[in-house]
Design a binder for this molecule. Structure first.
Ligand code: NCD
Ligand code: ZN
Length: 347
């Protein structure tokens, strides 16, 4: 079989990004806008995006950072706190200020200290979202320090998500950046009201890679990469064509000094290389014909949006991408994710 020399796809969307704000945002937005037509923007700023007016102002700042001539639409989210206002949530959704709300269990990950301390506290907000048809996006990890870090997703699914779905029978949910076979099974069991996003890095690294030849801080993110059988389960799910799985890069920039530190930040910056890596994974799995569903069709269907009409073209050639990008005003750089395995797609 001859390999294709190029790959033409409906322009994809990224259903999970972190843009930050200020100079960092200005440096990273062009990389996502180059690959994707739309992106769901995570609200974990400091302070977090909890009010409609904040989401709208943040959206304006992101739009201003999109290079001239590039069409890109940020889709905003609301950060859920214990005192989330049900009326504000629903009204923001109705008015188009945001498309979904994000649940960070308090202290689960970067900038989650304003997050939810118990699901009971947001029950009225979840009811309002259920009525409004507004999806709940979930960072699915328990925060109990007694639970081993590699078990936190599976325990969360079992202890928190099962009961939550039973209590809110009409609530639509996305389990974000799934990293386990349990995550895959949960999404399959509850589709179509539940979807799951899968990152490029969790498709290409397992937990041993984080310690290959020494500690590799640029491979540290949350949820942390798991054992090899979990990576394989994620690859099967992403490339299966199942409509509940869709693209979400979880691109999460941190400056190099905060990553390469005695207590390094969690987050992997993959925006410049995301589609190239996904294309390589689908190539390796013999599933290139299913890449468009994962990248460009399943997400819009879940969110009730039309798919994009434009096309992007990837070329079969060794990946060309910078090792790092500069954040000029901050005088810092952000390291770009790069798997150890070859990537044979570029654009
Ligand atoms: C994210 C960040 O840096 O904001 N970090 C990460 O490791 N993925 C937060 C998150 O999505 O957990
Ligand atoms: Zn994230």
């Amino acid at each position: 079989m001859t390999s294709p020399v190029s790959l033409t796809l409906r322009r994809p969307d990224d259903w999970h990004v972190h843009f930050r704000d200020g100079p960092m945002m200005e440096a990273v937005v062009p990389h996502t806008a180059r690959q994707f037509a739309r992106a769901i923007v995570m609200p974990n700023l400091v302070p977090p995006v909890t009010r409609r007016a904040q989401a709208e102002a943040y959206r304006d700042r992101i739009r201003a950072a999109v290079p001239a001539g590039v069409a890109f639409e940020p889709l905003m989210t609301c950060y859920l706190t214990d005192d989330a206002d049900p009326a504000e949530l629903a009204e923001g959704h109705r008015a188009g200020s945001w498309i979904a709300a994000k649940l960070y269990p308090a202290h689960a990950t970067t900038n989650s200290h304003f997050g939810v301390t118990s699901i009971d506290r947001i029950a009225r907000g979840l009811e309002a979202m259920e009525k409004a048809g507004m999806p709940l996006l979930v960072h699915g990890e328990v925060t109990d320090p007694e639970v081993d870090i590699f078990d936190r997703e599976a325990v969360f699914i079992d202890q928190v998500l099962g009961p939550l779905l039973r209590r809110h029978q009409g609530l639509k949910m996305v389990l974000e950046h799934i990293t386990t076979a349990e995550g895959v099974a949960f999404v399959e069991e509850h589709a179509p009201r539940v979807g799951g996003t899968i990152t490029p890095h969790h498709l290409v690294i397992n937990r041993s890679d984080i310690f290959k030849g020494g500690i590799r801080p640029h491979l540290y993110c949350l949820p942390i990469a798991k054992r090899e059988p979990h990576r394989r389960a994620l690859r099967r799910a992403a490339t299966s064509g199942h409509p509940a799985f869709f693209l979400g890069t979880d691109t999460a920039p941190h400056t190099v000094d905060t990553k390469e530190s005695a207590c390094g930040c969690a987050g992997i910056f993959n925006a410049p290389v995301a589609m190239q890596i996904y294309a390589q994974v689908f190539t390796d799995e013999g599933a290139l014909d299913r890449l468009e569903a994962f990248a460009s069709l399943n997400g819009p269907r879940f969110y009730g949006l039309p798919p994009n009409e434009e096309r992007i073209v990837l070329r079969a050639a060794p990946l060309m991408a910078p090792d790092a990008i500069d954040v000029p005003q901050a005088g810092r750089s952000v390291v770009v994710f790069r798997p150890d395995t070859p990537v044979g797609w570029t654009f």
